[in-house]
Design a protein around this ligand. Structure first.
Ligand code: FAD
Length: 468
């Protein structure tokens, strides 16, 4: 049956955007209800994104490390992977975290409704709970956090074996051969993970380089690591002609620099961007404005064109990242309370959990120059970092971008082990407006990867110790 209930703050979607917004809104005294169509809370990130991918990447990395430890005296020639056990472990990690979100909702007195929301107008939402039950709710304020889904290519249809990241994370076997269409971070991360498990991987990227959002200087070591250490074929300028399915195998035909090549594969993973979930939720009945990509237009408080409707995360512009969604969730929740919260993306990091890892925050050299800054570039090689060498992983460097006139930290890029962790220090430096001298004067423990930040900062101010 259909009946009416009143809600104060409604949040649609429980991903890292929605659930974080719910908690902050509750902390501020709002009465919060969150609607989620899936059984499990946490959105793409916890269920089929960040977390399971990092678990799979870690397991693959472990297997690969063991297989390749001969040069440090560890002989483990016969490394076996029990993939169903890997999957079980990965799911247990997901379950801990989604269960954690469930408890956080309870703890913050956020009401959770499991069902699919559809806007009837800008004040009303209809929730389909199952085949037989729908319920209508009125709300005062709403945060739209419905996230995104994998983009299907027009000439490559999904099937049992032509899969998106969601299915690639849940395979019950290690494919013998895998073709990855798309060399963005998701394709590279999952391609690396399966290559580490022993799959023969081919990566087909349409652009001139993989990981296009990153400088060539950063993506090159990743490319080399894939080719030289994992026998992965990384092919750029590849245009997909056809994907033809036969029984147990798939033939992918691509044109690469004028040559037509075919690839024989057991699975094809398509990672060609993501599509915002803004098309099937009744938004047209709310008056909320979208841009030409279907993203919801918002102001610097995440407010849409309708005063009491907000939108956060993958449904709005900017990089589709979990920490961006969460940050916006907090801003939107505070804005509803009338607080002067305002979006500021100056220090938002982006990371690729490749091997070696990539991380970037703030300005790149090119962006800084384009914005008219006179910059200083300081590179410190991991080959001169004791910790990197003792980890037997010294490929990489830390690049610091500072403003020439006063050494203000504008940005940083890192390639190497733990780049994902190290980038936090540089983000912090940018956020509080530190100069290279501030970093150089901070005592960094030895031997650590993070000494590379101090070393690069010393280069910036002309007093390097371990570089000439
Ligand atoms: P989502 O996480 O997509 O959540 C939206 C939620 O809304 C979903 O639970 C959905 O079921 C629900 N929903 C949708 N429509 C309705 C409706 N009508 N009614 C009710 N509920 C609805 N980001 C990182 O920062 N780091 C990473 O390492 C990383 N790795 C990734 C790996 C993969 C394989 C993928 C696919 C993504 C990865 N991301 C990563 C991106 C990250 O997952 C997203 O940016 C993030 O989840 C976006 O959060 P969100 O809250 O906007 O939406």
């Amino acid at each position: 049956g259909d009946f009416l209930e009143e809600i104060d703050t409604l949040i649609v979607g429980s991903g890292p955007g929605g659930y974080v917004a719910a908690i902050r809104a509750a902390q501020l005294g709002q009465k919060v209800t969150i609607v989620e169509k899936e059984k499990s809370l946490g959105g793409v990130c916890l269920n089929v994104g960040c977390i399971p991918s990092k678990a799979l990447i870690h397991a693959g990395h472990q297997a690969n490390q063991m297989k390749n430890s001969n040069d440090i005296g560890i002989i483990a020639d016969n490394v076996n992977v029990d993939f169903s056990k890997v999957q079980e472990w990965k799911q247990s990690v997901v379950k801990k975290l989604t269960g954690g979100v469930e408890s956080l909702m309870k703890g913050n007195k956020v009401e959770v409704i499991k069902g699919e929301a559809y806007f009837s107008d800008d004040k009303t939402v209809r929730v389909t709970k199952d085949e037989y039950t729908t319920q209508t709710y009125k709300f005062n304020n709403c945060i739209i956090a419905t996230g995104s889904r994998p983009n299907e290519l027009p000439n490559v249809k999904w099937s049992e074996r032509v899969i998106s990241s969601t299915e690639a994370l849940a395979l019950n076997e290690i494919p013998k051969r895998l073709v990855v269409i798309g060399g963005g971070y998701i394709g590279i991360e999952l391609g690396t993970a399966y290559a580490n498990f022993g799959t023969e991987v081919v990566i087909l990227e349409s652009e001139k380089q993989i990981l296009l959002g990153f400088e060539k200087q950063l993506s090159a070591p990743v490319s080399t690591g894939l080719k030289k250490k994992r026998n992965v074929e990384v092919l750029t300028h590849a245009s997909i002609q056809s994907v033809e399915e036969q029984e147990e195998r798939i033939i992918v035909t691509a044109e690469i620099n004028g040559d037509t090549k075919t690839f024989n594969s057991n699975y094809v993973l398509v990672t060609a961007g993501r599509k915002p979930n803004t098309d099937k939720i009744g938004l047209e009945q709310t008056g909320v404005e979208l841009d030409d990509k279907g993203l919801i237009k918002v102001d610097d408080q995440c407010k849409t064109s309708i005063d009491h409707l907000y939108a956060i995360g993958d449904v709005i512009a900017g990089p589709a990242l979990a920490h961006k969604a969460s940050y916006e969730g907090k801003v939107a929740a505070e804005a509803i309370n009338g607080e002067p919260a305002k979006l500021d993306y100056i220090a938002i990091p982006s990371i690729v959990f490749s091997d070696p890892e990539l991380a970037s925050v703030g300005y790149t050299e090119k962006e800084a120059k384009e914005d008219g800054f006179d910059v200083n570039i300081s590179n410190f090689s991991m080959a001169a970092n004791g910790r990197a060498l003792s980890l037997n992983e010294s490929d990489g460097f830390l690049k610091l971008v500072t403003r020439k006139e006063d050494d203000l930290v504008l940005g940083a890029q890192i390639v190497g082990p733990s780049a994902s962790e190290m980038i936090a220090e540089l983000g912090f430096a940018i956020e509080v407006g530190m100069t290279a001298e501030d970093i150089a004067l901070t005592i960094h423990a030895h031997p650590t990867m993070s000494e590379a930040a101090m070393e690069a900062a010393e280069i910036a101010i002309g007093t390097p110790i371990h570089a000439v």
